[in-house]
Design a protein. Structure first.
Length: 184
C-alpha cells in the first residue's frame, strides 16, 4: 500500500510497514537475514515445543516407580495373613512379630499384630499395635477402624466414636468392620 503526499515539487512515495517488508523491494542482505531468522525460529520452536510421543513415552517410563511385586507367599506378612484366615491367632501374632523384627515401621505388621491381639482377647495390646499402625500410616482408614474396635472393647466409647469418624472420613466403605454393628 502506498500513499502519495502532495507536498514538495514531486510527489513522494511513502511505503507502509507491509510494503517495506516485501522481498522484492528489500536489499539482498535483508532477505538473507530474514532467512536466517526464520531458520532460527524453527530451531527455537523445536527446542521449546512438545516432544514427540515416543520421547514422551520414554520419559514416562523413566518416571514410573518400580512395579509392585506380588506378596511373597513365604514371607512373614503373608504367612501371618494365612494363619489369620485359618483362625490360628497365636501363629499369626508370631508371623507379624517377624515382620516387625525385620521392619519396625511396617504399618501392616502393626495392624496384623493388633488384629491377632484383639482376637486373642487383649484389647489393650491391640490398641497399642493399632496406634503404631496409625502413627506410621495415618491416611489408612483400616488402621483407624481397628483402633476404634479396640477402644470400644476397652469401654472407651467416646474415643471409639472419634476413631470411627476418622476411619470413615478416610474410607467410607469401612462400615462393615464396625464392631458395634452400626453402619456409619
Amino acid at each position: 500500500m502506498e500513499y502519495h503526499v502532495p507536498d514538495g515539487p514531486a510527489p513522494a512515495i511513502i511505503r507502509t510497514e507491509l510494503s517495506a517488508r516485501s522481498p522484492d523491494l528489500r536489499p539482498g542482505w535483508a532477505r538473507h537475514l530474514d532467512a536466517i531468522v526464520l531458520r532460527l525460529s524453527r530451531i527455537a520452536r523445536l527446542a521449546v515445543s512438545r516432544p514427540a510421543d515416543s520421547r514422551l513415552e520414554d520419559l514416562a517410563r523413566r518416571d514410573r516407580p518400580a512395579p509392585v511385586l506380588p506378596p511373597d507367599p513365604t514371607g512373614p506378612l503373608q504367612r501371618g495373613r494365612n494363619a489369620f484366615e485359618r483362625g490360628q491367632w497365636a501363629e499369626a501374632l508370631h508371623c507379624f512379630g517377624e515382620v516387625l523384627a525385620n521392619d519396625p515401621d511396617h504399618p501392616w505388621g502393626w495392624h496384623g499384630r493388633g488384629d491377632a491381639l484383639q482376637l486373642l482377647g487383649d484389647p489393650a495390646g491391640a490398641l497399642h499395635a493399632y496406634d503404631r499402625a496409625v502413627d506410621r500410616d495415618p491416611d489408612c482408614g483400616l488402621h483407624h477402624g481397628g483402633r476404634a474396635n479396640a477402644l470400644a472393647a476397652l469401654g472407651r466409647l467416646a474415643e471409639a466414636e472419634a476413631a470411627w469418624q476418622a476411619a470413615l472420613a478416610r474410607d467410607p466403605t469401612l462400615t462393615w468392620m464396625r464392631g458395634d454393628g452400626r453402619r456409619g
